[in-house]
Design a protein. Structure first.
Length: 132
């Protein structure tokens, strides 16, 4: 089933990319799949594939055009229908986490940390002694 999806994806992207090209889109897709499967960096793609710059350019172009998002949504609908569900989910759950911005206490906390250190206490004691 996965190879059939990859082949249909190839034909879809080939129809979207009009014009003459020097690189085979199937090899570009194979390089993208290889990178996704093996987690390698773009520059570390094997030399069997087209140049990494070419593969990356096609990938970024398809990301900007929203092609991957459309493919994902179509696959989700297809899988949901194949198991007898409606194409669109009826419920969505969003899990979020609050993140505090900024430092807790600000400068006051830093001054307290300085006052509590032994070296700073000795310096402050010396400064107060020398000024009196």
């Amino acid at each position: 089933m996965l190879n059939g999806l990859r082949l249909s994806l190839y034909y879809l992207l080939k129809s979207l990319s009009a014009g003459g090209r020097e690189v085979d889109l199937r090899e570009v897709l194979n390089a993208i799949y290889y990178r996704a499967d093996n987690g390698v960096k773009w520059r570390n793609l094997p030399s069997d594939f087209p140049a990494w710059q070419t593969v990356y350019t096609y990938f970024r172009t398809w990301v900007r055009l929203g092609v991957w998002e459309e493919i994902n949504m179509a696959l989700v609908k297809s899988v949901r229908q194949s198991v007898g569900r409606e194409a669109e989910p009826s419920l969505t759950i969003i899990d979020s986490q609050s993140v505090k911005l900024g430092q807790k206490g600000g400068l006051k906390l830093e001054w307290m940390a300085i006052k509590r250190s032994k070296v700073a206490s000795a310096i402050l004691l010396w400064m107060s002694w020398s000024w009196s």
